[in-house]
Design a protein. Structure first.
Length: 109
């Protein structure tokens, strides 16, 4: 697999929340795909809440993490991530939850 093929993105919208499920590697080689598919959608539609599911991300490098931060800055309300602490990055900027159900409960409170 090369470049964009190393990252799959599954998106679904429920309850006014965009759920972004990532599979594979979020790295310098794949960040453009995330920017184009998710970043453009957030900008165009004005998404308020985004949940990034990193459960099935096998590799996250600094470029990929910075891309998540850029997406965070595009959100007009809040963004949530969960990854079971398997990456060595400071996720304190994000609202970190254990699963998508927890994110929905948090947002609807």
């Amino acid at each position: 697999m090369v470049g964009d093929d190393m990252l799959e993105i599954d998106m679904a919208s429920k309850y006014g929340i965009l759920f972004v499920r990532l599979f594979g590697e979020l790295t310098k080689a794949t960040r453009k795909k995330l920017n184009q598919e998710v970043g453009d959608l957030i900008r165009e539609v004005g998404i308020l809440n985004v949940v990034f599911n990193l459960e099935n991300v096998s590799v996250l490098d600094e470029s990929g993490f910075k891309t998540l931060i850029r997406c965070y800055k595009l959100c007009t309300h809040s963004m949530f991530c969960f990854s079971k602490n398997k990456f060595d990055f400071d996720f304190s900027l994000f609202n970190v939850v254990t699963d998508e159900v927890s994110a929905v409960k948090f947002i609807n409170v």
